[in-house]
Design a protein around this ligand. Structure first.
Ligand code: SF4
Length: 367
C-alpha cells in the first residue's frame, strides 16, 4: 500500500462550491453554478492562495465539491493554473458524468491531474432520476471512456446504497456495471437523509437498517471478488491504487483546506472554513477554528486510523503523541483486545473482522 507523506502539511483540499443541479439527498456546501459567482469565487480563491503560504511541493491535491467540472472551461483552466507547479504525486479532481467533455479532460491532463473521482452513484437511470441526478449511466460510460482515452486511467467511481426505491437487484446491477468499467477505485456511501435536503424536506427516509446492512455486506463481500480490496470501511481499490489523499486523513496527517466549505488540520488546530459563499468572498480566510487538546487529538487519531483495514501504526502514534497507544487508552483498550474486537501484531493495532463491523461501538468504548 502506498504511504502518505509524513511532512506536514503536504496535502491540499480545495472545495468548489458549485453544481449544475442540486441532488435531492445532498447537503454539501454548494450553490447552482452561475458564471459571475464562479468568477468572483475564483478571485477570492486567488486571494486566499496569496495570503497563505503553500509549500513548494505538495504530495497530494484534491479538488472536490460541489462539482469542479461544473465550471466553464476558462474557469477550470484558471483554477488549475492557480495550483500549477506543485507537482503532486496524486492530483485528484471530482467530476460528474455530463459535466466533462474532451476539452476539459485534456485540460486536466495538461495541468497534471492524474486521478478523477466520478459520481456514478448507480447504473439505474430511473433511480438516478429519482434522486435528482441529471445524468444517465450512458453518460458515466462516456465520461470513463473519454478520461481513459485522454490519459487518465486512475479513475474512482462513487456508488450510493440504501437509496429510497433501491432494491438489492439494482445494487447488484450497479456493482456489475461499475466493475465492467474497470475503475481503479470504488467508494460506497450509504444514504443519510439530512433535514435541509430536498429529501429531508419531503420527509423521505433511507431504507431500513437491516436492508442497509445487507447492502453493505453485499458490497463488502462482492467487490473483493472483482479485485477491489477493502482498505477502509467505505473504500475499495485495486492494489496500489488506494487514495493517497484520503489516506492522509485516515493516517491523521495535517492537511490544508482552501475555499468555503473546506476543512483543514494543521498541528493541534482544526478549522472549518465558512460555509457561506458571500462571507468567503468578503474574507477568504473566514473560518472557525478548534484547538484540539492532546486527548481530543489522540482519540481522533485512533478513530481515523481504525477505519483502515491495516489499522494504526503504533510507531506513528508514539511519534505524534510521545506516548504509546496502550498507555494512552489503558484498560479500555486492553478490554477490547481481550474480547477480540481489536488485535495487535506488535506493529499495528487493527480491528478484527468482527471488530470492523462494530467500529462505532469500539470507538464509543474508547471515548
Ligand atoms: S451530490 Fe454532488 S453533484 Fe449532487 S448536488 Fe451534491 S455535490 Fe452537487
Amino acid at each position: 500500500m502506498m504511504k502518505a507523506a509524513k511532512s506536514s502539511p503536504a496535502h491540499l483540499y480545495v472545495h468548489v462550491p458549485f453544481c449544475r443541479h442540486i441532488c435531492y439527498y445532498c447537503d454539501f456546501v454548494h450553490g447552482i453554478y452561475r458564471e459571475q459567482s464562479a468568477d468572483a469565487w475564483l478571485d477570492a480563491l486567488e486571494k486566499e492562495i496569496a495570503l497563505r503560504t503553500l509549500p513548494k511541493h505538495l504530495d497530494t491535491i484534491y479538488i472536490g465539491g460541489g462539482t469542479p467540472t461544473s465550471l466553464s472551461p476558462a474557469q477550470l483552466h484558471r483554477l488549475l493554473s492557480l495550483l500549477d507547479g506543485k507537482s503532486p504525486y496524486e492530483y485528484t479532481v471530482e467530476a460528474d458524468p455530463g459535466t466533462i467533455d474532451a476539452e476539459k479532460a485534456a485540460m486536466l491532463v495538461d495541468h497534471g491531474v492524474n486521478r478523477v473521482s466520478i459520481g456514478m452513484q448507480s447504473a439505474d437511470d430511473g433511480l438516478l432520476k429519482a434522486i435528482g441526478r441529471h445524468h444517465t449511466h450512458a453518460d458515466t460510460i462516456e465520461a470513463v471512456s473519454l478520461l481513459q482515452k485522454t490519459g487518465i486511467d486512475n479513475l474512482s467511481l462513487d456508488l450510493l446504497y440504501s437509496l429510497p426505491g433501491q432494491t438489492m437487484e439494482m445494487l447488484k446491477d450497479s456493482v456489475q456495471a461499475a466493475c465492467a468499467l474497470s475503475p481503479k477505485h470504488i467508494s460506497v456511501y450509504s444514504l443519510t437523509i439530512e433535514e435541509n435536503t430536498v429529501f429531508g424536506k419531503k420527509g423521505m427516509h433511507a431504507l431500513d437498517e437491516d436492508t442497509e446492512a445487507d447492502m453493505y455486506e453485499y458490497l463488502r463481500d462482492t467487490l473483493p471478488a472483482y479485485g477491489y480490496h477493502r482498505y477502509e470501511t467505505a473504500n475499495f481499490a485495486k492494489k496500489g491504487y488506494e487514495s493517497r489523499h484520503n489516506l492522509c486523513y485516515w493516517n491523521y496527517r495535517d492537511f490544508l483546506g482552501f475555499s468555503c466549505g473546506a476543512s483543514g488540520k494543521e498541528g493541534n488546530v482544526r478549522y472549518d472554513k465558512t460555509r457561506s459563499l458571500s462571507e468567503y468572498l468578503k474574507d477568504p480566510l473566514a473560518a472557525e477554528t478548534i484547538e484540539l487538546t492532546p486527548e481530543d487529538a489522540m482519540f481522533e487519531c485512533i478513530m481515523m486510523n481504525l477505519r483502515k483495514k491495516e489499522g494504526l501504526l503504533l510507531s506513528d502514534f508514539e511519534e505524534m503523541f510521545h506516548v504509546s497507544v496502550f498507555a494512552a487508552f489503558g484498560e479500555k483498550l486492553q478490554a477490547l483486545l481481550k474480547e477480540g474486537s481489536l488485535c495487535t501484531d506488535g506493529k499495528r493495532l487493527y480491528c478484527s473482522e468482527h471488530g470492523y463491523d462494530i467500529l462505532n461501538s469500539i470507538l464509543t468504548e474508547l471515548l
